[in-house]
Design a protein around this ligand. Structure first.
Ligand code: GDP
Ligand code: MG
Length: 163
């Protein structure tokens, strides 16, 4: 199976920022495919000599709250099908939301390795803020800052251990 890492999570947690950091692409999000590939971006990444594909899920989703949540759930299901490893990104500055819990429920039922990525830990004083993400029942949260790159090395060491 190809080495594919999918980034999932609700809007605004920093998925695209992490994707850009991992793929070192800074290009604007302009792709707009139809169907299931809509608003999904595929990029190449490499860590300690291991190459893998990164998928950024869930760009712009329009519609009512119901449509919106259904679209996010759909993205998570596709990610589970396509990916060999899943990065579930959450935001330490907002903490756990209902939508986070919903996504966690879906991921717990998957057979794929899932890493909880506690994003926006920009400074050491926020390090304890991610403890609440243990409540997902998906293991230890990995503190990172997609903006500065802090913590991404430790996360990638774990991710590529599957490849
Ligand atoms: P997405 O909707 O999950 O793809 O989130 P984006 O990558 O578009 O980021 C949403 C917002 O969070 C943007 O304003 C980013 O600049 C900001 N952001 C992303 N990562 C970080 C981070 O590590 N620290 C902080 N402080 N802000 C971040
Ligand atoms: Mg995005």
């Amino acid at each position: 199976m190809a080495n594919i890492v999918a980034i999932v999570g609700r809007p605004n947690v920093g998925k695209s920022t992490l994707y850009n950091r991992l793929t070192e692409s800074r290009k604007a999000i302009v792709d707009d495919f139809s169907g299931v590939t809509r608003d999904r971006h595929y990029g190449q990444a490499e860590w300690i000599g291991k190459k893998f594909t990164v998928i950024d899920t869930g760009g712009f989703v329009h519609g009512s709250d119901d449509v919106f949540e259904a679209a996010i759930r759909e993205q998570v299901h596709i990610a589970i099908e396509e990916a060999s490893v899943i990065l579930f990104v959450v935001d330490v500055t907002t903490g756990v939301t209902d939508l986070d819990d919903e996504i966690a429920d879906i991921l717990r039922r998957s057979k794929k390795p899932v890493y909880i990525v506690a994003n926006k830990v920009d400074s050491a004083k926020q390090a304890n803020d991610s403890a609440e993400f243990y409540s997902f029942g998906l293991g230890e949260p990995y503190d990172i800052s997609s903006m500065t790159g802090s913590g991404t090395g430790e996360l990638l060491d774990e991710v590529v251990s599957h490849f």
